[in-house]
Design a protein around this ligand. Structure first.
Ligand SMILES: Cc1cc2nc3c(=O)[nH]c(=O)nc-3n(C[C@H](O)[C@H](O)[C@H](O)COP(=O)(O)OP(=O)(O)OC[C@H]3O[C@@H](n4cnc5c(N)ncnc54)[C@H](O)[C@@H]3O)c2cc1C
Length: 430
């Protein structure tokens, strides 16, 4: 990998997400050599992926070059590399570009879509965990409407315009709201020769409420917002299969749909070598102690989505959202410096800043520090918070300008099929 030897201890960070970046920044003035590895050369701001999928934002505006994060820091190295395996007894990792030894290793690999072992759904449904996947979804949505124009079969046309979102968490709710706004504001103008009123947006939730983890008030209001936008909310409906054409559920409900988005769960993006029974917790996350140290491996740490830390306040681990990753990254920066100087480490204490989700223009729900509010004020708070946490001044400017433009013009100009998604439509023919 051409990383020079150093008299400083080498800290290897796998993953330049929220956790990895916070940690790297915190280590910038410490006497350590830092090697950041990521399979992409950019950081992805995942909370806005759904806006890329629905043509509201260009993908570049929610990505940030990882090399730029490290500019000006001494003893920092970035390598574009996918880590394949960790060898804890040799303090070494292997990647697609070679091997590297470490003094300390930090796993910050985040999470991936969890299909709960259903390979049929995995093969046929769309995920929204990365920019390429969001671009695939954007292309598919637009291609479906182009295809709907071409068919004489009204069953096929309905299936092409029928969207099924599985999972009523923030991702599902935000995507459903954005699709409903496209249906109302964009489709009638783009496709005047298509009866786009027949387009349907369905959101399917296994449990009996949307937005698990939010207050009842927020959950009810989000449902209310969605229904007002014309989204069909189905609760207590568990999906059992999707063959690319028909969605089957545990109830009598079936849906014919060319676009099923799976937003029903995530699991830790684990790495070979750190997969022993005692290391792994439920959901493929890695068991860590209060210092984010991987159980049984004092030189290996895990932070963010991949880390499973049981505390009194969070007996089932921390929520898989950005704040635990950011806060753990920052504290681990201090703790690693302490560890190297034989000083005691501080235990992690999560400060829950609250939850928020937007359903569309002027519609959001916020539960912050005991305050619960919904509607236009919540929507402004949602926008401000997302702009604040978005990495890069240029990105903030671009996103802000896009939002103002979309708001004034009721438009989403990034509705482009730049990289077509190859979908086999033949199964809708019979
Ligand atoms: C659609 C969507 C919407 C979301 N909305 C919100 C929201 O509104 N608010 C909120 O707080 N959270 C939200 N989240 C969750 C939030 O994005 C995650 O909790 C957060 O990104 C976790 O940070 P992390 O550092 O653990 O991992 P990530 O940010 O996922 O970063 C992991 C990094 O590791 C890299 N990587 C993974 N495996 C390897 C490997 N083997 N080798 C090299 N590199 C690797 C990846 O490329 C990635 O850059 C959302 C997530 C999604 C998918």
């Amino acid at each position: 990998m051409n990383i020079p030897l150093s008299s400083y201890p080498r800290i290897v960070i796998i993953g330049g997400g929220f956790g990895g970046i916070s940690l790297a920044k915190k280590l910038s003035k410490k006497e350590v050599q830092v090697v950041l590895l990521d399979k992409n050369n950019y950081h992805t701001f995942q909370p806005l992926l759904y806006q890329v999928s629905t043509g509201g934002l260009e993908p570049d505006s929610i990505a940030y070059p990882l090399r730029k994060v490290l500019i000006g820091y001494d003893n920092f190295y970035f390598r574009l590399a996918e880590v394949n395996e960790v060898y804890p007894d040799k303090k070494k990792i292997s990647t697609n570009i070679g091997e590297l030894t470490y003094d300390y290793l930090v796993v910050a690999t985040g999470s991936e879509t969890n299909f709960f072992g259903n390979t049929e759904i995995e093969k046929n449904a769309m995920s929204m965990k990365s920019i390429p996947q969001s671009l695939n979804l954007r292309s598919l949505i637009l291609e479906n409407f182009e295809q709907a124009l071409l068919t004489d079969d009204y069953h096929e046309r309905d299936a092409l315009m029928n969207f099924v979102i599985v999972g009523g968490g923030p991702t599902g709710v935000e995507l459903a709201g954005a699709l409903a706004e496209i249906k109302k504001g964009v489709l009638p103008k783009d496709y005047p020769d298509l009866d786009t009123r027949r387009a349907q947006i369905n959101i399917l939730q296994g449990g009996d409420r949307l937005l698990d983890g939010f207050s009842d008030q927020a959950s009810k209001k989000a449902e209310d917002f969605l229904e007002k936008l014309g989204v069909q909310v189905w609760k207590g409906v568990r999906v059992t299969g999707y063959d690319g054409k028909t969605v089957t559920t545990k109830t009598d409900l079936v849906f014919e749909s060319a676009t099923v988005v799976w937003a029903a769960g995530v699991k830790g993006a684990g790495i070979k070598g750190l997969d022993a029974e005692e290391v792994l917790a439920g959901g493929n996350r890695i068991n860590v102690n209060e210092f984010n140290q991987v159980v049984g491996y004092p030189e290996i740490f895990a932070i963010g989505d991949i880390a499973y830390m049981v505390t009194e306040d969070n007996p089932r681990g921390h929520p898989m959202v950005a704040q635990p990753a950011i806060q753990q990254g920052k504290l681990l920066g201090e703790n690693l410096a302490n560890l190297i100087q034989y000083k005691p480490m501080k235990p992690f204490k999560y400060f829950d800043k609250g939850s928020m989700a937007t359903v569309g223009r002027n519609k959001a729900v916020c539960d912050i520090n005991g305050y619960r509010f919904q509607g236009i004020f919540a929507w402004f708070v949602w926008m401000f918070v997302h702009l604040f946490f978005l990495i890069g001044f240029r990105n903030r400017m671009v996103v802000f300008i896009n939002w103002v433009y979309n708001y004034i013009k009721f438009d989403r100009e990034a509705r482009l099929i730049i990289r077509p998604f190859k979908r086999d439509y033949s199964q809708f023919k019979d």
